[in-house]
Write a protein that binds this ligand. Structure first.
Ligand SMILES: [Zn+2]
Ligand SMILES: [Zn+2]
Length: 173
């Protein structure tokens, strides 16, 4: 689905400005990733807040990363991520990414445990010397039902969620 550039919004009352009051993008240009005034082409609500899931996986990853970068405290990120349990928006997913990044190692371990319980079919296919599991991009692609190339592109965008150097990992099965 096509993203809506600044100035072509159908509902959000921003098109009369010369540039986006939130991210500063000029008329006809795309909003900066994570801008709260970019409109969803499907429902016309802000694309970071709605649940339409219209952006490509790679665009979603870019937006999540930009939103995650706005947090400096793990607790703030956690609060934003868990405010509404039904909310699956990019804003919430970005907050989760920030919470994960800012969490101390023992909290990260708990988060991974919780995730493994929620998604039992998502099994790690590699582990490192400490026994910590990692999923390959191929396993994630299968879990999501998305093309491998798309998942690899997302891993590249997100960076630190990617796999550690393969030489340090052993296959689990
Ligand atoms: Zn903007
Ligand atoms: Zn929408």
């Amino acid at each position: 689905m096509n993203r809506i550039p600044f100035g072509q919004e159908c509902l959000l009352p921003v098109r009369h400005f010369d540039s986006c009051p939130c991210c500063g993008s000029g008329q006809g240009r795309f909003h900066e990733p994570g801008c709260g005034l970019e409109e969803c082409p499907e429902c016309c609500d802000p694309v970071v807040r709605c649940q339409c899931d219209v952006l490509s996986l790679v665009d979603q990853a870019i937006v999540m990363k930009a939103i995650a970068a706005t947090f400096t405290s793990c607790l703030d990120a956690m609060e934003a991520a868990t405010k509404d349990i039904e909310d699956q928006s990019l804003a919430v997913r970005g907050a989760w990414l920030a919470a994960w990044r800012l969490a101390p190692p023992e909290v990260r371990a708990k988060l991974s445990e919780g995730l493994a319980k929620c998604l039992p079919s998502w099994r790690a296919d590699f582990c490192d010397d400490t026994g910590k599991g990692f999923m390959s991009a191929a396993a994630v692609a299968e879990g999501l039902g998305k093309p491998l190339e798309e998942v690899q592109a997302v891993v590249k965008v997100i960076g630190d969620l990617g796999e550690p150097p393969v030489g340090q990992l052993h296959r689990v099965h």
